[in-house]
Design a protein around this ligand. Structure first.
Ligand code: NAD
Ligand code: ZN
Length: 299
């Protein structure tokens, strides 16, 4: 059935109020307007950022809202003026643009070093550029989140999608939307990990594992994973950690443990827990280069 130009009814995990669990609701998704894309979401990750938002009742003000930002799916229809993707294309949402839509036309988008679109600017309102929402539920407008709202079977986003290979497994590549790019990019692009170096990675969730993959690809000789949950160690070693430690197994502060293990501290150190205290504490002694890659998002 051709749904182009029609309202689509589908299900979405809707967040009604602070502290409430997500509720699976039937919603209406309006067609995309100019420079917007409507996507059938096939797979979405659950990022640590959303876990924190659900746990923190003060994380945002717009309710009801549809969260979710690590998405992959198929373009259902496009609005006027969209030429970079078409119906049927497989896409991931906001590849590396991290909540920054790209019009692809302004001076910033055309500059290979720029990523802050001047045409769309970053919207913190949870609404589309025309100040309205494309979602409704039980007669009420529902806010968008991060220009993605991937916890819905269909979503509308400002043109901030990347076309991917038609054979790409969507349930895997959805992680490129956020966790993988954040971690891998921190090691390769931001820290520029060097061959033969030693690295420590705090937090072995989606971001930390991606940091490890980046460190490994860069040729690091030692990659020490640090997590309070031992169940994370097996996967971390599978993707490249040379050893893993649990701070709770030691009397000494973890930075001293790392110092003893390496004789001089690690050359590159990554915080992928999302806990500013990990960085603010005595962590300086741990490393020669300390890269804070994750901040609590203020959305
Ligand atoms: P996650 O929940 O999957 O992983 C966090 C890991 O940290 C878990 O394995 C947990 O056991 C571990 N941990 C918790 N407390 C610890 C402690 N005291 N010492 C050692 N380990 C500890 O989360 P994720 O999806 O990997 O995201 C990690 C952080 O990165 C979150 O804060 C998230 O908000 C943030 N994030 C930022 C960006 C970005 O800035 N671009 C992108 C994605 C995620
Ligand atoms: Zn994320």
């Amino acid at each position: 059935m051709n749904t182009t130009g029609k309202v689509i009814r589908c299900r979405a995990a809707t967040h009604w109020k602070p502290g409430a669990p997500l509720a699976i609701e039937e919603i209406e998704v309006a067609p995309p307007k100019a420079k917007e894309v409507r996507i059938k979401i096939v797979a979405t990750g659950l990022c640590g950022t959303e876990m924190k938002m659900l746990a923190n009742p003060n994380s945002h003000n717009n309710y009801p809202i549809i969260l979710g930002h690590e998405g992959a799916g198929i373009v259902e229809s496009v609005g006027e003026g969209v030429s970079t993707v078409k119906t049927g294309d497989k896409v991931i949402t906001l590849f590396l643009s991290l909540f920054l839509p790209q019009c692809g036309e302004c001076a910033s988008c055309l500059n290979p070093g720029g990523n802050f679109c001047v045409q769309f600017k970053q919207s913190k309102t949870g609404l589309m550029s025309d100040g309205t929402s494309r979602f409704t539920c039980k007669g009420k407008p529902v806010y968008h989140f991060g220009n993605t709202s991937t916890f819905s079977e269909y979503t509308v986003i400002k043109i901030s999608v990347t076309k991917i290979d038609a054979v790409a497994p969507l349930e895997k590549v959805c992680l490129i939307s956020c966790g993988f790019s954040t971690g891998y990019g921190a090691a390769i692009t931001t820290a520029k990990v060097t061959p033969g170096s030693s690295c420590a990675v705090f937090g072995l969730g989606g971001v930390g594992l991606s940091v490890i993959m980046g460190c490994k690809a860069a040729g690091a000789a030692r990659i020490i994973g640090v997590d309070v949950n031992k169940d994370k160690f097996e996967k971390a070693k599978e993707v490249g950690a040379t050893e893993c430690i649990n701070p709770q197994d030691f009397e000494k502060p973890i930075q001293e443990v790392l110092f003893d293990m390496t004789g001089a501290g690690v050359e590159f150190c990554f915080e992928a827990i999302g806990n500013p205290a990990t960085v603010a504490g005595k962590a300086e002694r741990t490393s020669l280069n300390w890269f804070l890659i994750t901040w609590q998002r203020s959305l």
